[in-house]
Every structure is written in C-alpha cells, then in structure tokens.
Design a protein around this ligand. Sequence first.
Ligand code: DQA
Length: 148
Amino acid sequence: MKVLVINGPNLNLLGIREKNIYGSKGYKDICEFIKNKAEELKIDVEIFQSNIEGEIINQIHKAYDDKIDGIVINPAAYTHYSIAIYDALKAVNIPTIEIHLSNIHAREEYRKKSVTAPACVGQICGFGYHGYAMALEAMIRVVNNLEV
Ligand code: DQA
C-alpha cells in the first residue's frame, strides 16, 4: 500500500513557527516519525512539502500516475481557500484524509472552514503530529474497505 503525505505552506518551519500552537518538534523529526509509523504499519510512504499551491496540485496529479492508494494532506493555510486543491483531489479520486496539527475549529473564524475537507474521507485535527499516525492507521481501513 502506497501513501503520499502532502504538507502545505510553512509546515517546513514546524519547530520554529508558533510553537505554542504547533508544538516544538521540528519538521524533519515529524517526517522521521511519519516514516517510522509507516514502517511499523507496513505502508510505503512518500512525504512531499511545498509552499507553492501549483506544486501541491502537480503532486496530487502525479499521485494518480504513480497509482498511490491514499493521500494524507495537511494543506495548511490553503485549507481555507484553495478550490484548486479541492478540485485536484476530486479529479484524481484517491482516498484522502485531511490532517491539521491544531484544532482549527477552536481557532479564528476563518480557520474553521475547510474548503478541501469535502474532497476527503475525513479530517483529523487537534492532536499535533500524532495526527499523522492516526491518519495512516485510518488509511489502512479506508483503502481496504473496512468499516470506519
Ligand atoms: C494548520 C492549520 C492552518 O489553519 C494553518 O494555516 C497552518 C497549519 C495545522 O496543521 O494546524 O499552516 O494546517
């Protein structure tokens, strides 16, 4: 099973940016955490990060060509306004789980709305970097058509 993890803008600065909201673990360490969890679950994982909307869209298109089984995406700020990322997810029709480190529903009004979540099977938020592990576990059930 092949899963692509996509991280959007400013997530490369995890460990530096607003630690009180996003935690003190650095981006590289979070990537290591994701890779270790994937190995434990016997999932083939690829991690992609970009600060550029079009690059994220190209990567979603590439996931289709690469026959990726599932996408875990933290679109970061694009969550709240990128119809283009929503359209790309709908276009490739690959099971996708949206994840956020912070609880976006307990923050500013403009963060409560996700335009990308309706293209996803579900959303995990508010559990920090552990949300990525939760998403990988959930993805096994989704891809194998097990009851969720
Ligand atoms: C975020 C939440 C977004 O609102 C914000 O723009 C981010 C990170 C999160 O993981 O909590 O960059 O996606």
